[in-house]
Design a protein around this ligand. Structure first.
Ligand code: NDP
Length: 432
């Protein structure tokens, strides 16, 4: 049994994580939010109190932290007696936070792959460049580290595992489809951190084709899908984190990621990119000042969290899995639909943040009760997906499954959780 959660970061996703932790604090215990800008942590706490999200009275505190500082992060983990760390800061802090967890014994989670600020789109598989190098250290320290447990990456990895295990004899392809049919009403904005968002699209698009990596260009491959609820939507083949673990763990020859983009987004993106304004490499101005163009663009764009109050419409994200069953071609879509306005009403964030923020809290509950407390580093598809899907069904993210004329809520069988003593829950924290 693990208790007490430290949330790192105070952006749109952290807002959801904090609200969902608060809604489950009878199980999760104390909740701490630590980020670079203290006032943003306080704003989240104020919104939790304003919405009455705390399940029971308990500790809810804000802390200033530079999460690239391993010693400072270790200090906060120990001072707050946190046994679970949910890292939803920028992807640049993953390795330092993971290291702090390894050294303090806390379980680790993130929702995006680690990135070096000065490098874009490294050699595939991306996880091998950073996270997987600490696998042995995690196993040796008995640390549970669940990598990429947002929606995509995260839930889509679990959907793939579920479909493969329960619906097919053989699987030939997995197409992950991410459609945002919502509208924020601004001239131009990104739905999460602009720096992270643009870095996904400025370089080679890697896809997994016939069991090898294939290099593509951004916006080279276009495909229209007819998704439940959101309807027809145009997507483009995009490079994405989950391909870099699913390709290694699932034995499926073709795995692709498709993201929906409107023409307006593509036009603005293309202009910014062609002008060099999306570059991660520093330039020097005439006055001798060194600036990173991408950081300047981020500074002038709307804060993604500020889009939430006016956002309308829905997202639909799912896995279209194709293969064979009983010797015949078979196709299954496992998916979720999320509503921007409903998300805002519940937790003060839009659906992109909501779909990314609920899964790590569901996973925290599974680590807390031991179900997913595996004492090693894993990507989501290596874990039993059933308890995650079942938990999320009760937490605002309902999974549906569609095949052969059936379209229904997916209610997987969940094996009973192990039982744990609850009174000495903090005894095994390594405070040394
Ligand atoms: P935001 O930019 O809104 O928030 C990031 C937060 O991290 C900010 O509060 C920022 O602080 C903080 N931060 C950055 N650097 C540091 C540091 N060195 N020390 C402490 N705090 C730091 O991003 P989002 O909330 O939209 O996204 C959070 C994460 O979730 C990202 O990694 C993103 O890629 C991922 N994500 C995953 C999705 C999924 O489905 N898997 C979907 C959407 C997002 P400050 O406020 O000072 O800038």
């Amino acid at each position: 049994m693990k208790r007490n959660v430290l949330i790192i970061g105070a952006g749109g996703v952290a807002q959801v994580v904090a609200h969902k932790c608060a809604q489950n604090n009878a199980v999760l215990g104390d909740i701490h939010i630590a980020s670079r800008t203290l006032s943003k942590c306080h704003r989240i706490i104020d919104s939790i109190h304003a919405k009455g999200s705390m399940q029971v009275d308990g500790v809810l505190q804000a802390h200033a932290l530079d999460a690239t500082d391993v010693e400072a992060t270790k200090f906060i983990i120990r001072a707050t007696r946190s046994q679970i760390v949910i890292n939803v800061g920028s992807p640049f802090v993953n390795m330092s936070v993971l290291q702090a967890c390894i050294e303090t014994g806390a379980a680790y989670m993130d929702t995006a792959i680690h990135e070096d600020p000065r490098k874009v789109c490294e050699t595939p598989p991306w996880y091998a460049n950073y996270e997987w190098k600490r696998r042995e250290a995690c196993a040796k320290a008995g640390i549970t580290a669940v990598l990429g447990i947002g929606f995509d990456p995260g839930v889509v990895n679990a959907y793939a595992r579920y479909a493969i295990d329960h619906h097919f004899d053989t699987v030939d392809s997995i197409d992950i489809i991410d459609i945002n049919a919502g509208s924020h009403g601004r001239y131009f904005a990104t739905n999460f951190d602009p720096e992270t968002n643009f870095r996904e699209f400025t370089s080679t698009v890697w896809s997994w084709e016939n069991g090898v990596w294939k290099a593509n260009q951004m916006f080279e491959h276009r495909k229209e899908w007819d998704m439940p609820v959101t309807g027809k939507g145009v997507t483009y083949l995009t490079g994405h984190d989950e391909l870099h673990s699913m390709s290694a763990n699932l034995g499926v020859p073709n795995i692709r990621f498709w993201m929906g983009f409107g023409d307006h987004y593509i036009n603005v993106f293309t202009v910014l990119k062609n002008l060099g304004l999306l570059s991660e490499q520093p330039v020097r101005t005439a006055r001798g000042q060194e600036v990173v163009p991408l950081e300047v663009v981020k500074a002038v764009l709307p804060d993604p969290a500020s889009l939430a109050p006016d956002y309308t419409g829905k997202t639909c994200i799912g896995d279209l899995v194709r293969g064979t069953l009983n010797g015949r071609p078979h196709e299954v879509l496992v998916y979720n639909v999320c509503d921007h306005a409903e998300s805002y009403h519940e937790v003060g964030s839009q659906a992109i943040s909501y779909t990314a923020g609920v899964p790590p809290v569901a996973a925290a509950l599974l680590i807390a009760d031991g179900t997913w407390d595996v004492a090693r580093m894993v990507n989501v598809e290596e874990l039993d997906p059933a308890p995650l899907i079942a938990r999320m069904n009760t937490m605002g993210l309902v999974t549906r499954i569609k095949y052969g004329g059936i379209d229904q809520v997916l209610e997987p069988y969940v094996a009973p959780a192990k039982s744990f003593a609850t009174d000495d829950v903090l005894e095994d924290l390594k405070y040394g």
